[in-house]
Every structure is written in C-alpha cells, then in structure tokens.
Design a protein around this ligand. Structure first.
Ligand SMILES: NC(=O)c1ccc[n+]([C@@H]2O[C@H](COP(=O)([O-])OP(=O)(O)OC[C@H]3O[C@@H](n4cnc5c(N)ncnc54)[C@H](O)[C@@H]3O)[C@@H](O)[C@H]2O)c1
Length: 328
C-alpha cells in the first residue's frame, strides 16, 4: 500500500485526491493546502488528515507526493520531495522555465526518486488505444498526425495574463500528445496565431486561435489546432494517417443517444468540461504512477517529457510572435 500525500487540493487536486483514496493500492496519507476550505472538504470526503506541507516532507511514513499546487510552486516542491527520497507525481507544467525544469531534473536524477508528470491525456482510454494500435503497426508508417483541441470557452483575461500564453498553458498537452504519438523528437516547428475569440486576449499579448505544424527528423508531420472557443463543447479529436491507413479518435458525447429524422441525424452535445472528459484518464494516471513506484519501473510520462513539452511551447511562442520557423 503506497502512502501518498496530496499537495494542493484545488480543482485538479480534488480529482487526484479522490483517485488516490479510491485506489485499493494506495492510501491518501495527508492533504496539505493553506486554503483550509479546500483541504477540509477533501479531508471530510476521504477521511485523510490535513497536514502542513513541512510535516508531509518530514514524515518518513509518506512514500510519495502528488503535487497539484499552482505551477510556480512545483519545482520547489519537487526538490523538497526528492531530498526526502519521496516519489513524485507532479501536475504539468513542471515549471514555466525550461532551464529551471532541466536543473530540477538533474537534482531528481541525483536523488534517484521516481518523477512522473501529469500529462493525463496519455491515459485517456481512447487515446491510449490509438497509441497502442500505432505500436501494433495498424497504420503502418505514421506520416501525418492531426490533433484538434478546442476549449468550450476562454478563461477570464486575468487568468490568461498569468498563464504563460496559449502555447504554454493549453497547447502544452498537445505537444506532449504529438511526441507520444509520433514516437520521435520534433526538429522543426511553425506557428500561427490570432485573437479571434476575444480582442481582450489579444490586448493581453496572447492569442486564442492557433495552428502549429511540427516536423520530426525522419519527416513525419503533425498539425495541432487550438481554439479557446468551441460552441459545441470540449473538442478533443485525433487522427493518425500512415502508409497502411488511418486511425482516429472522436469526441465523447454526454450520452450515446442519437435522433434520426428527415433532415438528418443529431447527437447529444459533446462533453463540455475537461474534468468530465478526462475523468477516466485522471484515475488511470494515478494507477500508472502507483504501478511504476511499486514495480520500480521508470514512470511515464517522465520529467524529460515535461521538459520537451515546455521547450516546444517556448519554441511555438517564439515562432508565432516572430513569424519565423524555429529549429530545435
Ligand atoms: N493535467 C490537467 O489536466 C490539469 C488541469 C488543471 C490544472 N492543472 C495544473 O494543476 C495545477 C493546479 O491547478 P488548479 O486548476 O487545480 O488550481 P487551483 O487554484 O484550483 O488549486 C490550487 C490549490 O493549491 C493550493 N495551494 C497554493 N499554494 C500552495 C502551497 N504552497 N502548498 C499547498 N497548496 C497550495 C491552493 O490553495 C489551491 O487550493 C497547475 O499547475 C495547473 O497547471 C493540470
């Protein structure tokens, strides 16, 4: 039974805390969050004690920490956990600075503790099968990957201003998915973006509509399409085209009920919220972390995956605002 403490019990922390508490192979050993209401509500639901973060790190009975705090605290908490020999599952991104991520990873490697980064989409049941089929050779040689990832509505501009921009805040998940599906590193990218959804996002120096094209050393190409608005819900689709055919994963709808009539066929809306759309993925992610720690295998996605996604986000930001391709 792995004893895992949760650091940060906000939006995503509540989801992770419940997944740990429900796992038959783990114990939610503690919840640390200075915002007492969040910590208390999860404690009430799961029976796990509320603890100070210092007490979590000092407690030798705690094997691992799940870091779901604001991004600017991640690197410090990773360092503290590593120095106490605790396994780490850290929400994405590890940090906004790729240089700081690289330095943090060096210390984690020296401490020889497992570190997994929360790119939950790899654990989505549909995308996980898509990846497995690529590995089985179903589409032959992968040539073109298309990732469509659109949020139902933009967050408040106050959030955008602190987010690091669309490429680091939103497309980072798609950069990780691109690497996951292509199985090769990206060597070149091009980016284009506009503020079409809300001019205030443009005024804040960001874009809300963007396309990035990625190329690997062997010439495989991936196109990512992001929008901060989709009138029909949370739009999450992937297509993988190769020498033997094409694999695709479509949207998940609120129900499977369809209406067929004289003017066509209609379906219920696409699920609208990431916490709902990726509920199964978040649970599977925590189980994969427990697996890795229990079996002593390297966790995946790794800290290196976190670094590569951040480098791609930085490069896409540069390409978008300079109008020039970026080589990596
Ligand atoms: N993988 C995903 O799908 C996904 C989705 C949402 C958020 N995230 C990431 O998760 C992190 C948290 O995002 P969120 O939306 O849950 O934020 P949030 O603001 O809802 O929650 C953060 C919580 O951390 C607490 N906190 C702040 N400082 C702390 C500290 N020093 N120690 C312990 N707790 C502290 C806050 O009180 C709050 O309860 C961010 O890094 C974000 O990028 C990932």
């Amino acid at each position: 039974m792995l004893s895992i403490a949760l650091l940060g019990a906000g939006r995503i922390g509540q989801i992770h805390g419940r997944a740990i508490a429900l796992s038959p192979r783990a114990r939610l050993a503690a919840i640390a969050d200075p915002f007492a209401d969040n910590a208390r509500s999860l404690s009430h639901e799961t029976g796990a004690p509320v603890m100070d973060a210092d007490a979590v790190f000092a407690d030798p009975a705690i094997d691992a920490v799940l870091i779901a705090t604001p991004t600017d605290t991640h690197a410090d908490y990773i360092d503290r956990a590593a120095s106490q020999g605790k396994a780490i599952l850290c929400e994405k991104p590890v940090d906004m600075s790729a240089a700081r991520i690289a330095a943090t990873l060096e210390r984690v490697a020296k401490a020889a503790v497992p570190l997994m980064v929360g790119f939950n989409r790899r654990f989505d049941p549909n995308f996980a099968v898509l990846r497995r089929r690529i590995g089985e050779g179903v589409v032959g040689d992968v040539e073109l990957v298309t990732i469509l990832s659109r949020d139902p509505a933009p967050p408040p501009v106050s959030y955008i201003e602190r987010s690091g921009g669309l490429f680091r805040d939103m497309m980072i998940h798609d950069f990780d998915m691109a690497r996951f599906l292509l199985g090769e590193e990206i060597v070149e990218l091009q980016a284009m973006g506009s503020a079409l959804v809300d001019p205030a996002i443009g005024a804040a120096g960001d874009v809300d509509t963007a396309v990035v094209t990625l190329k690997t050393a062997s010439g495989k190409i991936c196109q990512i399409s992001n929008s901060r608005r989709a009138t029909y819900g949370y739009d999450q689709r992937i297509e993988v085209h190769g020498s033997k055919g094409m694999l695709s994963a479509g949207n998940v709808h609120e129900t499977t009920v369809r209406f067929a009539g004289i003017s066509g066929v209609t379906a219920d809306p696409v699920q609208n919220f990431f916490l709902e759309r990726y509920a199964a993925a978040y649970r599977a992610e925590v189980e994969a972390f427990i697996d890795a720690v229990e079996t002593g295998t390297a966790p995946s996605p790794s800290g290196f995956d976190g670094l590569k996604a951040q480098e791609l986000a930085d490069a896409a930001t540069e390409a978008c605002f300079s109008g020039r391709p970026v080589r990596l």
